[in-house]
Design a protein around this ligand. Structure first.
Ligand SMILES: Nc1ncnc2c1ncn2[C@@H]1O[C@H](COP(=O)(O)OP(=O)(O)OP(=O)(O)O)[C@@H](O)[C@H]1O
Length: 268
């Protein structure tokens, strides 16, 4: 490495203290088929990390490793190590329910429970025993809906079904539901792909606000979205991590031709 390249590497690497999650040599197999190959990727605290790459490259697979969502797929096997604040989340002593409260998830398609808006948000805090009284629960529901930038739209209809909201509102309700259990990390798998441009802009704005309090990892097919919302980007291709680093740098001066070609729309 030249001196300038070394300097750049130091400049763009995440400082140890800023690492919230770290994947080391992560490989994932679905039965015989290997979907991820020795991925080494750090997730920076209080920032948004975008996972990009063509369809089938393993973005969602990696995302799901971060809260052991892959455990729910029988044929899926994960090797390597993933830490949260230095602790291996695949250690047998880890309580997976607790892990998923610390590392929450928002899915591609808004999926509110068939319950009221209030109950959608109150459910998590209640089952995790986070409140002692109805007043406390009311407070969590309100503050979560406020943080998810949907309070004003729903405050007068809290006891109406969550499924009666528009798609964009439903997605913000799902974000409020994720926030309600005070996670440290929020994983988002293409959270705007089912939304129109106005709802997408609202959710993107919200993501930017949330990074003050949470660490966010987002899978997106939209290069514009990755560039708008993330501070760091990781590019995957055929199950391998091709390149990762500061988003602005990756979009203006990528290290690999593969990334260059992908972000300029030559393939994918
Ligand atoms: N449940 C599963 N069973 C078997 N193979 C799977 C499963 N989920 C994903 N795969 C395979 O693993 C590879 C990576 O898939 P993954 O969904 O992680 O990619 P992706 O980059 O998120 O794709 P997309 O952008 O299309 O959502 C693909 O070859 C896919 O077919």
């Amino acid at each position: 490495m030249t001196e300038a390249a070394t300097e750049m590497a130091v400049d763009t690497a995440i400082k140890e203290s800023a690492i919230k999650m770290r994947g080391t040599d992560v490989s994932v197999f679905y039965g015989e088929k290997q979907a991820l190959f020795d991925v080494n990727l750090d997730v920076a605290r209080n920032s948004v990390t975008a996972l990009i790459g063509p369809s089938g490259c393993g973005k969602s697979t990696f995302l799901r490793c971060l809260n052991r969502m892959n455990d729910t797929i029988d044929i899926c096997r994960v090797t390597g190590e993933i830490t949260l604040e230095g602790e291996n989340i695949y250690d047998p002593k880890i309580d997976v329910v607790e892990l998923r409260a610390r590392v929450g998830m928002v899915f591609q398609k808004p999926n509110p429970f068939p319950k009221s808006i209030y109950e959608n948000v109150a459910y998590g805090p209640r089952i995790h025993g986070l409140t002692n009284s109805r007043a406390e629960l009311d407070e969590i529901v309100e503050s979560s809906l406020r943080k998810a930038a949907i309070w004003e739209e729903v405050k007068d209809r809290l006891h109406e079904p969550g499924t009666g909201l528009s798609g964009g509102q439903q997605q913000r309700l799902c974000i409020a539901r994720a926030i309600a259990v005070s996670p440290e990390v929020i994983l988002m798998d293409e959270p705007c792909s089912a939304l129109d441009p106005i709802a997408t802009a609202k959710v993107e704005e919200l993501i930017d606000e949330l990074r003050g309090n949470f660490t966010i990892v987002i899978v997106t097919h939209s290069m514009q979205q990755a560039a708008r919302v993330s501070q760091r980007t990781a590019m995957f291709h055929l199950g391998k991590l091709v390149e990762e680093g500061v988003t602005d740098k990756m979009f203006t001066n990528p290290e690999t031709k593969l990334t260059q070609d992908y972000i300029t729309g030559r393939f994918g």
